[in-house]
Design a protein around this ligand. Sequence first.
Ligand code: COA
Length: 241
Amino acid sequence: MSDSGQQTPLVFVHGSGDSARSWAQVIDALPDIPCVALDLPGHGALIEQPGPDSPSVSDYAAFVRAEIERRGLMGARVVGHSLGGAIALQLTLDAPEMITGVALVGTGARLRVLPELLAAAQEDPAALHELAGFGFAPGHEDARERFLRELEPLAPGALYRDLAACDAFDCRAELERITCPALIVVGTEDRLTPPKYAAFLRDSLPHTTLVEIAGAGHYLSYEAPELLAATLRDWQTQTLS
Ligand code: COA
């Protein structure tokens, strides 16, 4: 294992209605790798800076790009969950020179959202409970409770804006332009971004490693944080040494 490989920073981008906080358990398990977890506008520490009224995944990717520049993290690898994975893909398409790899966790190249979830999010910010109801695998109720307990406050409308950005996202036709190494991680019980989305990414991207986490659902950073961290570390070791 080369030191330079391990030292390549990981920049974490959260999913819809979530915040940097969602990566805490994963990052705790990676003390040897420099990790930075971002809050998207309107989330977590950025609750007072909601950003555009109807952000697209491209808008969020531009935000992440600016943060990487501002923090001097050029050449980092971007780890994205769900919406965050879409953002990572878009960033790789828009600024391939900025990042050296993407880890796509519970995500896909197209992220249509169940109409009832979208409608619920528009009416009620507590719709995250509904999302969590779909998102956690059976047997992971404790992880779901922790997720709901630890949620950071959101700017009004942020969950709906996130889900609408997901719903409009589709980069399937562009995947062949992505050349950097990609790690794809999916829970076998993920109902929000099912394993077929991960298989599509594996089949469409040139340098991929696909890892399926048995028995886990969509919220891998809560349902299997240590396994996810070990998967990220192995990927760093195998593809950067
Ligand atoms: N990667 C590869 N293929 C994808 C894809 C992805 N990310 N997303 C959709 N497709 C494919 C489907 O496999 C399907 O192909 P097929 O016709 O050959 O089977 C086709 O595109 C149509 O997709 P689908 O999503 O089934 O469209 P739909 O309009 O019939 O269904 C939903 C819409 C919302 C019901 C469905 O997308 C879904 O269940 N989504 C997951 C639930 C959700 O809300 N997730 C939240 C994500 S943030």
